[in-house]
Design a protein. Structure first.
Length: 137
């Protein structure tokens, strides 16, 4: 993920998902928390329309996405499927591919597309950040 604003938003949203799970007693430890949050729906896809447009261009040209980690590939393929579905539901659209993708990346995602290890690192960082704010008061 290259866009730092998207990364910060994803991390903050992941932390909010963690807090909801914590309040609901959905996990007993940090590993379970990380596993839990990765499987929860996400408010958006946390990828820029420009970046996903490049990946879809590669798919359409027959280029492999092997350079992406497995979760990023899964997210790209989900958005590609969403893009194809959009085209089939709107056959007369005059929107460009990038404009369609701008719409699609803002829609809720079925998951955060993170490994539990990555989620655990993000949660540690977010918890630490919030502890620092509390101790600075």
């Amino acid at each position: 993920m290259k866009d730092t604003n998207l990364k910060r938003k994803r991390d903050a949203d992941l932390y909010q998902t963690y807090l909801r799970g914590l309040e609901g007693g959905c996990f007993a430890n940090a590993s379970q928390a990380a596993e839990y949050v990765t499987k929860q729906p996400a408010p958006q896809f946390y990828i820029s329309s420009r970046e996903i447009n490049l990946h879809i261009g590669k798919i359409q040209s027959g280029t492999s996405l092997i350079y992406l980690n497995s979760m990023s590939r899964k997210r790209v393929w989900q958005l590609y499927d969403n893009y194809l579905r959009y085209l089939s539901e709107h056959p007369d659209t005059k929107l460009s591919r990038e404009r369609i993708l701008e719409i699609l990346v803002e829609e809720p995602a079925p998951e955060y597309y993170l490994s539990w290890q990555a989620a655990r690192q993000i949660l540690r960082r977010e918890i630490k950040k919030r502890r620092m704010k509390w101790t600075d008061k």
